[in-house]
Write a protein that binds this ligand. Structure first.
Ligand code: PLP
Length: 400
């Protein structure tokens, strides 16, 4: 009998780990490495939010709370959903967890049985398929192609839905592509979902506020109110408020699902950190003006990176609508050889060799289920980004 459970054995160790470890080793050995792998904003958490946490500590908000969130925070989340998304959720329809990832994990573990299927567009955030596997269910990967702006076509979704399909996971703006769906594009998908009453929708809106060129964000339950009764609308404070370390995520959905999530959470982590909940309350209720500056800064960086990458031989980089990632194709580099004699036969080889020869750490597309691409996070200073793009241009220009 092996030590590791059969379900855990189905989960791959994080494919992004190898490159992150290698970058760390190289840095420690004194190499000049620019890391473009991080999935978090480089800004500091705003002071008013930190202050709210300090005050919560001083007031003694340091004990267990209700398992799925303090009433004050649930109310602020309900107001947020109403104000920003036009969605009416009661406090019994809201759950708070230790990060969006825990809410997602709980929702899937609480609802999936062996043999159930979960439809996931690729390229995907790496956690989706692995959590589905942990739940003993089957990820069904459907491709969102470069030529379609990395957005899933309704007919592709329709063809993937079987009687065993339990969830459709939707993520806009997307990690890793930054693609964000317009209202019309979402409507085309919700029209398909309306026909399949057994399929639930998990909409991961964590990058909601990071959209550019005046893009109008919207979410499936707003676009198609008839779907709200089988939709979980997932969000959190990590990305919008630069609070990745505070671990607060939340969701709105039908009360029975919210209750099942709480049952599971009550037997694992119990409540999310009390202090972080008070900080998240301030994030949602406090001034939002700083977001404009952040978005402006992200948009400038996106434009810089897209323009410089498109000047690199063999690279094609679409302009994403949101998040802080670009997902360029390196198809034009595959099959070529570097000056040092390394043959680039996959996007993984592209990423490892780029790190080795130029000291730039990116994540290869195979990790996100679509090759040959790579992901760059531009949540880093413009000088470092410019230098990294120069090195990528140099690397690609020297391939033959
Ligand atoms: N969803 C997506 C698409 C993400 O990229 C992330 C974080 O990288 C999360 C959810 C979860 O974030 P957190 O657990 O910090 O709320």
């Amino acid at each position: 009998m092996g030590l590791v459970a059969r379900t855990l054995a189905r989960v791959k160790p994080s494919p992004t780990m190898a490159i992150t470890n290698k970058a760390r080793e190289m840095k420690a050995a004194g190499f000049d490495v620019i890391g473009l792998g991080a999935g978090e904003p480089d800004f500091d958490t705003p002071d008013n939010i930190k202050q709210a946490a300090v005050e919560a500590i001083k007031r003694g908000e340091t004990k267990y709370t209700a398992v799925d969130g303090i009433p004050e925070l649930k109310l602020a989340i309900a107001e947020k959903f109403q104000r920003e998304n036009g969605l009416a959720y009661k406090p019994t329809e809201i759950t708070v967890g230790s990060g969006g990832k825990q809410v997602l994990y709980n929702a899937l573990l609480a609802t999936l049985d062996p043999g159930d299927e979960v439809i996931i567009p690729s390229p995907y955030w790496v956690s989706y398929p692995d959590i589905v596997l942990l739940a003993g269910a089957e990820p069904i990967i459907v491709e969102a192609k470069l030529e379609d702006g990395f957005k899933l076509k309704p007919e592709v979704l329709d063809a993937a839905i079987t009687a065993r399909a339990k969830w459709f996971i939707f993520n806009s703006p997307s990690n890793p592509t930054g693609a964000a769906y317009t209202r019309e594009e979402i409507k085309a998908l919700t029209d398909v979902l309306l026909k399949h009453e057994h399929v639930w929708v998990l909409s991961d809106d964590i990058y909601e506020h990071l959209v550019y060129d005046g893009f109008a964000f919207t979410t499936p339950a707003s676009v198609e109110p008839k779907l709200k009764e089988r939709t979980l609308t997932l969000n959190g404070v990590s990305k919008a408020y630069s609070m990745t370390g505070w671990r607060i995520g939340y969701a709105g959905g039908p009360a029975p699902l919210i209750k099942a999530i709480a049952t599971l959470q009550s037997q694992s982590t119990s409540n999310p950190c009390s202090i972080s909940q008070w900080a998240a309350l301030e994030a949602l209720k406090g001034p939002q003006a700083f977001l404009k500056d952040w978005v402006k800064s992200f948009q400038e960086r996106r434009d810089l990176v897209v323009s410089m990458l498109n000047q690199a031989t063999g690279i094609e980089c679409p302009t994403p609508e949101g998040a802080f990632y670009v997902y360029p194709s390196c198809a034009g580099c595959i099959g070529k050889t570097t000056r040092e004699g390394v043959k680039i036969d996959s996007d993984e080889k592209f990423a490892t060799t780029l790190l080795q020869e130029e000291g730039v750490a990116v994540v290869h597309g195979a990790a996100f289920g679509l090759s040959p691409f790579f992901r760059i996070s531009y949540a880093t200073g413009s000088d470092a980004l410019e230098e990294a793009c120069r090195r990528i241009q140099h690397f690609c220009g020297n391939l033959s």
